[in-house]
Design a protein around this ligand. Structure first.
Ligand SMILES: [Zn+2]
Length: 297
C-alpha cells in the first residue's frame, strides 16, 4: 500500500509530463478497477488539457481545462510509468516487484506536452484496488472522498498549535489520533511509528496528554509536529533521489525502498543514541505498532 510520501513522489514524477499537456487520446481497457470508471470517461478527457497536478491525502488530482478533476488512487498495487517515443522513463527503486505485464495496463494517456513531446502515461494495476473518477472542481470539496479529510501533514498546516487544537481533551491513544484521517489526512502507519519514535513518545499515551491545561502544545507536541513533517520529507527526499537515479532504468513510478528506524524492526536494538531498549511490537486498531518501550514514554 503506497503511503503519502510515495504518492507525493509519483506526483512529482508525473508532473513534468502531465502539467500543461493535451490529452490526445485516452485508452480505457476495462469497465472498472475497484469501482466502475465514470460514464464517458475517455470522451470527457480526450482533447482536453491538464492544467495542474496536485495531491490531497493519497489521491492524485489532475485538473482538466473542462472543469473536471481527474481523481486517481493507486490502491494496493497501482503504478504509473511514462513511455516516451523510444525511451522508457520509469523511475523508482521498489520494495515490491512492479508489474510489467501489459495485460494489467488499464488506462493509457496519450499526451502532447507543452514542448511538443508525445509521451504515454500508463496506469498498471494487477490487483485493481486503485480507481479513477472525474469530479467537477466545484464539487470536489463536498465529495464523499474529500469532505471529511483532515489537514495535510506536509506544509504549513501542521504546526504544534494545530496539533494541540486537534488533540485537546482527546482520550484516544496518540497513535490512533494520528491515524484518524478526519484529523490529519494521509498519514499512514509506517510514518506515524517513525515520527513517534523520533519524538520519544509512547503510541499508547493519550492524545490529549500533548496539550497543556491552557490548550497550548507541550514541548513533546512541538517536537512531534516537526518530526511528522521531517519524517515525511526525508522519505520524499529518498524517493526523489530514487527518481533521479532511476530515470533510465526499468522501474515504475509508485513505490520506493526506504529504510525505517523503528518500523519492522521488532526485537532489534533501539537506534536512539544512548538507549539500551529493544524495539517491541503491539497491535493497535488491528495495525502493528513498532516502538521502543524504553525511550518512548
Ligand atoms: Zn529506545
Amino acid at each position: 500500500m503506497p503511503e503519502l510520501p510515495e504518492v507525493e513522489t509519483v506526483k512529482r514524477g508525473l508532473s513534468p509530463a502531465f502539467e500543461g499537456a493535451a490529452l490526445r487520446k485516452v485508452e480505457q481497457n476495462r469497465p472498472d478497477l475497484r469501482f466502475p470508471f465514470p460514464e464517458n470517461f475517455t470522451s470527457r478527457l480526450t482533447g482536453k488539457r491538464v492544467t495542474a497536478l496536485s495531491r490531497r491525502s493519497k489521491y492524485l488530482l489532475a485538473d482538466i481545462d473542462s472543469g473536471d478533476v481527474l481523481v486517481m488512487h493507486l490502491g494496493m498495487s497501482g503504478s504509473f510509468r511514462i513511455e516516451a517515443d523510444h525511451n522508457e522513463s520509469a523511475p523508482g527503486a521498489f520494495v515490491h516487484a512492479r508489474s510489467k505485464d501489459t495485460k494489467h495496463d488499464h488506462v493509457v494517456f496519450h499526451l502532447e506536452t507543452t514542448t511538443g513531446e508525445r509521451p504515454r502515461i500508463i496506469y498498471n494495476d494487477p490487483r485493481r484496488f486503485g480507481f479513477m473518477d472525474l469530479v467537477p472542481r466545484a464539487k470536489l470539496s463536498a465529495h464523499p472522498l474529500f469532505r471529511d479529510l483532515g489537514l495535510e501533514p506536509l506544509g504549513n498546516q501542521l504546526s504544534a498549535e494545530t496539533l494541540a487544537g486537534l488533540f485537546e481533551g482527546r482520550k484516544s491513544p496518540l497513535k490512533a489520533a494520528l491515524l484518524n484521517q478526519k484529523l490529519i489526512a494521509g498519514l499512514g502507519n509506517i510514518y506515524v511509528c517513525e515520527a513517534l519514535w523520533r519524538s520519544g513518545l509512547s503510541p499508547e499515551r493519550s492524545a490529549g496528554s500533548l496539550v497543556t491545561k491552557s490548550g497550548k502544545p507541550t514541548k513533546k507536541a512541538i517536537a512531534l509536529a516537526a518530526n511528522i513533517r521531517e519524517t515525511l520529507e526525508d522519505a520524499i527526499k529518498a524517493g526523489g533521489s530514487s527518481l533521479r537515479d532511476h530515470t533510465q532504468a526499468d522501474g515504475t513510478l509508485g513505490y520506493f525502498q526506504h529504510s525505517f528506524a523503528v518500523y519492522g524492526r521488532e526485537n532489534e536494538s533501539c537506534r536512539t543514541p544512548g538507549c539500551s531498549g529493544t524495539v517491541a511490537r503491539l497491535v493497535q486498531s488491528n495495525r502493528s505498532t513498532f516502538y521502543c518501550p524504553h525511550c518512548q514514554t
